[in-house]
Design a binder for this molecule. Structure first.
Ligand SMILES: Nc1ncnc2c1ncn2[C@@H]1O[C@H](COP(=O)(O)OP(=O)(O)O)[C@@H](O)[C@H]1O
Ligand SMILES: [Mg+2]
Length: 275
């Protein structure tokens, strides 16, 4: 049985023992139930990326434990975790190979973890599966299976990355500002399709976003990281009722005046003013 993600007493300090020592995660506890979709906000440098890097195994933890689906993965190698933990980054170029076609990229994702990824090319069976998978997204990508990924827009490419990341049904999907490099329209489309994919497959997901509006609109639960810890954690009805203004007030309350000029905060206020 899938029992979700459990992070306990997680600590991470960079440059330990040096003048620029920086405690980024200070005793973080966080539990996600299977299928839970949480959005994560916090100012620049709050430790959001470090948190998911610790989960993915890219950054080693100083103290604490990470259990995924009941297994202790705290010290497990990144490559071994990759089967269970999928990631999508801000830069659309990072998740796909531009010089390969859409179907070749999908075939690589489908065979991840096996040797000679493209040795046998793309089979008709694969192709039928990819066509069906892409058609369900309503972007017409299924008729462009032989197009080079370099010819896609940033938004299309990010959606392809999401399809690839979730293809083998990972236990956890980590999204690190995956719409931040896109224009507003593409960003909205990618967010909507992210939600669709996550809901349809009950995919346990952690989504970092700099956009408070999106953090409120998407996901079952919202957490805010500040000063090494989780300072806001809302879900259910309380999250559905939350407004950007209230979130900004709570942010001010916990973070103080120091962050009032923070870009994240301003982005929230601007987004609110437009509504
Ligand atoms: N590999 C690293 N070495 C040293 N400092 C780092 C490293 N990675 C991140 N940091 C520092 O840790 C803090 C948190 O960074 P990060 O997790 O990327 O923040 P966020 O994603 O919330 O903007 C920042 O001050 C950053 O400079
Ligand atoms: Mg970051």
């Amino acid at each position: 049985m899938n029992i979700g993600l459990a992070i306990s007493g997680l600590k991470k300090t960079f440059e330990q023992g040096y003048a620029l020592e920086k405690r980024v995660l200070d005793n973080v506890d966080l539990t996600l139930r299977p299928g839970e979709f949480i959005s994560i906000i916090g100012s620049n440098g709050a430790g959001k990326t470090t948190l998911i890097n610790c989960i993915a195994g890219v950054v080693s933890v100083d103290e604490g434990t990470i259990h995924l689906d009941g297994e202790d993965i705290t010290r497990r190698k990144t490559e071994v975790r990759a089967k269970d933990v999928a990631r999508v980054f801000q830069d659309p170029k990072l998740g796909t190979a531009g010089h390969l076609t859409i179907e070749e990229n999908l075939a690589i994702a489908a065979r991840r973890g096996r040797k000679n990824l493209l040795r046998n090319g793309v089979s008709e069976e694969d192709r039928a599966w990819f066509t069906e998978r892409l058609a369900s997204l309503g972007l017409g990508l299924e008729s462009r299976l032989q197009a080079k990924v370099d010819t896609l827009s940033g938004g299309q490419r990010q959606i392809l990355t999401l399809v690839m990341a979730t293809m083998r049904q990972p236990k956890l999907l980590l999204l690190d500002e995956h719409t931040a490099a896109l224009d507003p329209k593409a960003s909205q489309l990618v967010m909507d399709l992210t939600e669709k994919m996550v809901k349809e497959t009950h995919q346990t997901t952690m989504m970092i976003t700099h956009n408070m509006d999106n953090a409120i609109r998407y996901g079952d639960r919202l957490i805010m990281l500040h000063d090494g810890g989780i300072v806001i954690d809302v879900s259910g009805e309380a999250k559905r009722k939350l407004t950007v203004n209230q979130l900004v007030d709570r942010f001010r309350h916990v973070a103080g005046d120091a962050v009032i000029s923070d870009r994240t905060l301003l982005a929230g206020e601007v987004a609110f003013a437009k509504n």
